[in-house]
Design a protein. Structure first.
Length: 84
């Protein structure tokens, strides 16, 4: 699990079929003080986190592939929770 901040969203005209209809957000890892702690990455967001939300991210690709119901999906990261 990673602590991250949602910085925006991504769109693509062509992508893997398993990602059709999925909201993809761009996240930056943060430390316990909210400071950036790494490079941005993409994650699917099935729970609807907004921009600047602090979130928990799972990097378990198998779990995320289960969410999109496709074991060949290239996606690895998924928003698991929003931190108030």
């Amino acid at each position: 699990m990673l602590l991250a901040r949602v910085d925006g969203h991504a769109t693509a005209s062509i992508g893997h079929p398993s990602l059709k209809g999925q909201k993809i957000v761009l996240c930056t890892p943060i430390d316990e003080n909210g400071k950036s702690a790494g490079s941005p990455f993409a994650a699917i967001d099935p729970i609807g986190a907004g921009r600047h939300s602090k979130v928990f991210i799972t990097t378990d690709g198998t779990w995320t592939q289960g969410t999109v119901h496709d074991e060949t999906s290239p996606i690895r990261n998924q928003v698991m929770g929003i931190i108030d």
